[in-house]
Ligand binder design. Structure first.
Ligand code: NAP
Length: 214
């Protein structure tokens, strides 16, 4: 499958590399055509990897992944162009985190709204599925790094889009996938980040996850 990964950070690189390993063709998108991180990633993965600006990447992908900084997510998708996004599945991995000195991190949208919902409202013809935002980049693509099976979440308004996202999650190694319903489930998935960051500080490591026990 042709997949666009919008974002050049550790998440974009981890997802892009894993998708290549799984046999997909991946184009990494960024704000400029000559993003150094994207060029370097393409050099390291000469087979089936390419890079370009958001528009070029989105035009290439049959499925899109948003792995941008939360604050820049809607701008990045706007640059990608609705004509290159419409009717496609968009897996949104971003978090609306705000880091300010001397105070615990916060979210720029929460409670009665979420970044996942804002993206869906801004691009109504796009099939937004929120997922993977609750674990570190390494765990996203290798849940087996943890000593026990743990849980990953997804939500979105389109059932077929969620099925497509689920297939990728299974290919990444996820066994326990909790569907939280429509895109308003993003509120829960994003607000969990406040606890996640607190735990990461205590563990001094991002490589942990939650396991649902009933
Ligand atoms: N790191 C993790 O383990 C992790 C885990 C779960 C979820 N997430 C979420 O996944 C997303 C990507 O995380 P990340 O750690 O890979 O990197 P990040 O530093 O949060 O985001 C970097 C990417 O965002 C792009 N970007 C686009 N518009 C931007 C803007 N206006 N301001 C700043 N950056 C902008 C950057 O572009 P340039 O290349 O042009 O700088 C870069 O490609 C974030 O939303 C994060 O919250 C991260």
């Amino acid at each position: 499958m042709k997949i666009a990964v919008l974002g050049t950070g550790m998440v974009g690189q981890a997802l892009g590399t894993k998708l290549l390993e799984l046999g997909h063709e991946v184009r990494m998108g960024s704000r400029t055509k000559d993003n150094e991180k994207a060029i370097e990633w393409t050099k390291q993965n000469p087979e089936r990897a390419s890079q370009g600006d958001f528009k070029e990447a989105a035009a290439f992908g049959d499925l899109i992944i948003n792995a941008n900084h939360g604050d820049g997510a809607i701008d990045a998708l706007t640059q990608a162009g609705v004509e290159n996004l419409n009717e496609k599945v968009l897996i949104d991995v971003s978090n609306p985190l705000v880091f300010t000195p001397d105070t615990p991190p916060s979210l720029f949208v929460c409670n009665t709204d979420s970044l996942g919902e804002r993206i869906q409202k801004a691009f109504p013809q796009v099939k937004v599925v929120k997922s993977l935002n609750t674990v570190s980049a390494q765990i996203m693509v290798n849940p087996g790094l943890l000593p026990e099976d743990s849980n990953i979440f997804l939500c979105g308004n389109d059932e077929k889009a969620k099925d497509e996202a689920k297939k990728l999650l299974i290919d990444f190694g996820w066994k326990n996938i909790n569907d939280l319903g429509d895109i308003t489930g993003s509120r829960a998935m994003e607000m969990y980040l406040i606890l996640w960051i607190r735990l990461m500080g205590q563990f001094q490591s991002p490589n942990f996850n939650i396991k649902i026990v009933k």
